[in-house]
Write a protein that binds this ligand. Structure first.
Ligand code: PLP
Length: 472
């Protein structure tokens, strides 16, 4: 391909992108391909000779698109949203075009300095402690790993990095039973061992029970184990439960324990003043992660990681081979390769800058409140409907509900709701996922796609009622 062909196809593809996004509701939300269908449709070996872009693109439409689940469809209500937006996509096009490796300041000063500034913008907009430092990670999983590694190093005076585990000290990590699986993954990778991850009981709202937390810490201390870190979740993945951060922070202070906050999904809500109560105690937090790639209209990947002690983070990850030394290292610059696992880094700050400027703080808030209102309004309708019940409180833009019938047993109700979920997703019109609470199979519905409107929610609710009526 030469530059003229590049220009020609770029124009065609931008038109395709705009058409796709304006016609997205015509696609089935969830892909309907069967396992191996896409694999078997792709040539068994790479082409020997160049192929032209028109042919390649034809195959993209014929073979790839049917195997895509349309995450930007406004009736995608599954999991947590992985959001995008027009300004974000435009920035990603530029990022790909620049193709810059942003590992150190020297390899693209603008990327490093824009990243620092964006972290400061977010701190101010979300009313987070101004003495924190921030860095963009690829995912919340990576940020949590960075947190646990930093906690481990600080606790061992940076000796485990050097010598490995020596005296079989049992480091203990605490999180609630509802915590995301990425915590266990991080604990394993950090060499701490998943047996040392203590799952704390939850209360009736599925938030961490702090009495049980303190009891677990005391029991460990008695056995000469080392309480290393508590992970508090704001907005659990199953039901968006909110761990009581203030009480947890007091316990962490009392026993000198590292405190990490996983707000991967719900952190975005801190843009809204009415959600600031959930971070009472935030000054005592050591590290905090949230994902603009979930609910802040910035496409994957973009995970914001704040730390109180920047030096501890850097000391945990720092490397200084000769070929990476530069003559500005002593100046006031950030070399983000030392702030996490990967050396090479994409220029992710650009899309945050585009998104925050294009929406403006007020535009972001308006959209979040719009999502939350639509969710709360629907929760009321569900609550008032004889065939349905709401299961957990609606804190944000996600509702949890199930279909109910007096005469049915728990198992029968679970079958009914499973079938309801299957048929909803098979309709191609909506996509919802489920979780279980006290053995009840329940549906989760996230109303959080960037451009979702009331008519989409109304259509989904009508469909839910229609299918349920047929099943009962
Ligand atoms: C989505 C989610 C994660 C994982 O996020 P990644 O960025 O995909 O690693 C972690 N914790 C919570 C609470 C989540 O909702």
């Amino acid at each position: 391909m030469n530059i003229d062909e590049f220009r020609q196809h770029a124009h065609l593809m931008v038109d395709w992108m705009a058409d796709y996004l304006s016609n997205i509701e015509q696609y089935p939300v969830k892909s309907t391909v069967t396992p191996r269908e896409v694999y078997n449709s792709i040539a068994p070996v790479a082409p020997k000779e160049p192929e032209d872009m028109a042919t390649i693109f034809q195959d993209f439409e014929a073979k790839i698109l049917p195997g895509i689940t349309h995450w930007q469809h406004p009736n995608f209500h599954a999991y947590f949203s992985g959001n995008s937006s027009y300004p974000s996509v435009l920035a990603e096009m530029l990022t790909a075009t620049l193709g810059a490796q942003c590992m150190i300041w020297d390899t693209s000063p603008a990327a490093a300095e824009l990243e620092e500034k964006m972290m400061n913008w977010l701190k101010q907009m979300m009313n987070l402690p101004l003495n924190w430092d921030g860095v963009i990670q690829d995912t919340a999983s990576t940020a949590t790993l960075a947190s646990i590694l930093t906690a481990r190093e600080k606790c061992s005076n940076f000796q485990i990095n050097r010598k490995g585990f020596q005296n079989n000290e049992e480091l203990r990590i605490y999180c609630s039973q509802e915590t995301h699986s990425s915590i266990e993954k991080a604990v394993k990778i950090a060499g701490i061992g998943s047996d040392n991850l203590v799952k704390i009981l939850v209360d009736e709202h599925l938030a961490m029970d702090t009495k049980n937390l303190e009891a677990a810490i005391l029991a460990d201390l008695k056995q000469n184990k080392v309480p290393l870190c508590v992970v508090a979740t704001l907005g659990t993945t199953g039901t968006t439960a909110i761990d009581p951060l203030f009480e947890i922070s007091k316990i962490c202070q009392r026993y000198d324990i590292w405190l990490h906050v996983d707000a991967a999904f719900a952190g975005t809500a801190l843009l809204l003043e009415e959600y600031r109560d959930m971070v009472k105690g935030i000054e005592a937090v050591d590290t905090f992660v949230f994902n603009p790639h979930k609910w802040m209209f910035t496409n994957f990947d973009c995970s914001v990681y704040f730390v109180k002690d920047k030096q501890a983070l850097i000391k945990t990850f720092e490397i200084m081979p000769e070929y990476l030394k530069t003559n500005v290292d002593h100046l006031q610059i950030n070399n983000y390769r030392d702030w996490g696992v990967p050396l090479g880094r994409r220029f992710r700050a650009l899309k945050l800058w585009f998104v925050m400027r294009s929406f403006g703080e007020n535009g972001l808030k308006e959209r979040l409140r719009h999502h939350i209102k639509m969710a709360k309004d629907l929760a009321i309708k569900i609550e008032n409907h004889g065939n349905f019940e709401m299961v957990m409180p609606t804190h944000f833009n996600m509702i949890t509900f199930r279909c109910v019938q007096n005469k049915l047993s728990l198992d029968q109700l679970n079958d009914l709701n499973r079938e309801l979920n299957t048929q909803l997703n098979q309709s191609g019109k909506v996509y919802l996922t489920h979780t279980t609470v006290n053995q009840k199979y329940i549906l989760r519905m996230v109303i959080g796609k960037t451009y979702v409107e009331q008519q989409h929610v109304d259509m989904a609710w009508q469909l839910i009622q229609d299918i349920a009526k047929r099943l009962i």
